[in-house]
Write a protein that binds this ligand. Structure first.
Ligand code: CP
Length: 303
C-alpha cells in the first residue's frame, strides 16, 4: 500500500493489523517508554493547508517517537502565499525525498492529487468534507480498547453529519468492523446521499441511542457553515447535545467519543465532559499510537 487516503478500499484485516500494532505502542507510550527508533534516517513532512492541533501534532510526535526526522510546512509562511500551485508545492517537497507526506486540505480530493504526483507515501490528514481516515482508525482503536470486540456493537453518530469528514470515514470504518451505525442530527445538517452509505438515519435521539455502546458527538463546524443551519448554540445543545440524562438512553457502560475540538456546552454538556464516560482525551493518545503504527507499517511495507 503506497498511500492512506480514505477508509473505503481497506479491508478489516488491514484495519485490525494497524489497531494491533497501535496497541503495542499504546502499552509503551503509556508506560512512559520511548519505543526504539524503527524509523531512524526516515523523514516525514506535514503539509497542512487547514488548522489542526491534534492531527498535526500527533503525526509529528509519532514520527519523533520512532526516530524519524520531521519537517512541518507552515503553509501561511510558505511559497503557497506567493501563488505556488499544489502540484509545484508537491513536486518541490518530493524532490527532498521524504518518506511520507501528511496532508490536510480544504478541498476534497487534494491528497489524492498529491499522491499521484509524488514518490512519497501520502497520508490524508483530512480533506474537505470527504475523509479523515486516521481519525476513524483512532476512533476504532479507542472503541476497541473499551468494548473488546466491535462486531455486533451499535454506534450512534450525532450532530453535524453534513460537514463531517470524520462521520463519513467512521461510517465506513465501523461498518467494516461489523458495527451497526446510526446517525442523528438536525435535518439541515444531514447531507444527501446517506442512503448509499452503510448506516441508518434516525428521527429522534431515543431511536439513535437505544442500546448503543458508543455515542460519537460531532463538532459544530461553524467555519464551514454559510449561516442559518440551526437557530442557536443553546437550542442545538437542548435537542442534539449529549448529557448524563440523554446517555441513559444508551446501553449500560456506553461511552462518548468526540473528535475534538469540542464546543463545550454545545455538543457535550458539562456533566459528561471531563468524566470517565467521555473518551476525548484517550482518543488523542490513541491517535498518537495509531499514527505511529501507520508510519511504521507504511514505511516498512507491512500494509
Ligand atoms: N480531530 C481533529 O482532526 O482535530 P484537529 O483539527 O485538531 O487536528
Amino acid at each position: 500500500m503506497k498511500d492512506l487516503l480514505q477508509i473505503r478500499g481497506l479491508c478489516p484485516e488491514q484495519i485490525n493489523a494497524v489497531l494491533d500494532r497501535a496497541d503495542e505502542y499504546f502499552s509503551l507510550v503509556t508506560a512512559g517508554k520511548k519505543p526504539f527508533p524503527k524509523l531512524k534516517d526516515r523523514s516525514v513532512i506535514t503539509l497542512f493547508y487547514e488548522n489542526s492541533t491534534r492531527t498535526r501534532t500527533s503525526f509529528e510526535s509519532a514520527a519523533k517517537y520512532l526516530g524519524a526526522e520531521v519537517v512541518n510546512i507552515s503553509v501561511g509562511a510558505s511559497s503557497v502565499q506567493k501563488g505556488e500551485s499544489l502540484k509545484d508545492t508537491a513536486l518541490t517537497l518530493d524532490a527532498m525525498y521524504p518518506d511520507v507526506i501528511v496532508m490536510r486540505h480544504a478541498q476534497s480530493g487534494a491528497p489524492h492529487r498529491l499522491a499521484g504526483w509524488v514518490r512519497a507515501h501520502v497520508i490524508n490528514g483530512g480533506d474537505g468534507l470527504h475523509a479523515h481516515p486516521t481519525q476513524a482508525l483512532l476512533d476504532m482503536f479507542t472503541a476497541r480498547r473499551h468494548l473488546g470486540t466491535l462486531a455486533g456493537r451499535r454506534a450512534a453518530i450525532v450532530g453535524d453529519i453534513r460537514h463531517s469528514r470524520v462521520a463519513r470515514s467512521n461510517i465506513y470504518a465501523m461498518s467494516l468492523l461489523g458495527m451497526q451505525v446510526r446517525l442523528f442530527g438536525p435535518k439541515t445538517l444531514l447531507p444527501e446521499g446517506l442512503e448509499a452509505m452503510p448506516c441508518t438515519v434516525c428521527s429522534s435521539m431515543e431511536e439513535a441511542l437505544e442500546g448503543c455502546d458508543v455515542v460519537m458527538a460531532l463538532r459544530i463546524q461553524l467555519e464551514r457553515m454559510k449561516g442559518g443551519l440551526f437557530p442557536s448554540a443553546g437550542e442545538y445543545n437542548r435537542y442534539f447535545g449529549l448529557n448524563k440524562k440523554v446517555m441513559e438512553l444508551a446501553a449500560p457502560g456506553a461511552v462518548i467519543m468526540h473528535p475534538g475540538p469540542v464546543n463545550r456546552g454545545v455538543e457535550l454538556s458539562h456533566d459528561v465532559l471531563d468524566t470517565d464516560i467521555c473518551l476525548k482525551d484517550e482518543q488523542v493518545t490513541g491517535g498518537l499510537c495509531v499514527r505511529m503504527a501507520l508510519l511504521d507499517m507504511l514505511i516498512n511495507k507491512e500494509l
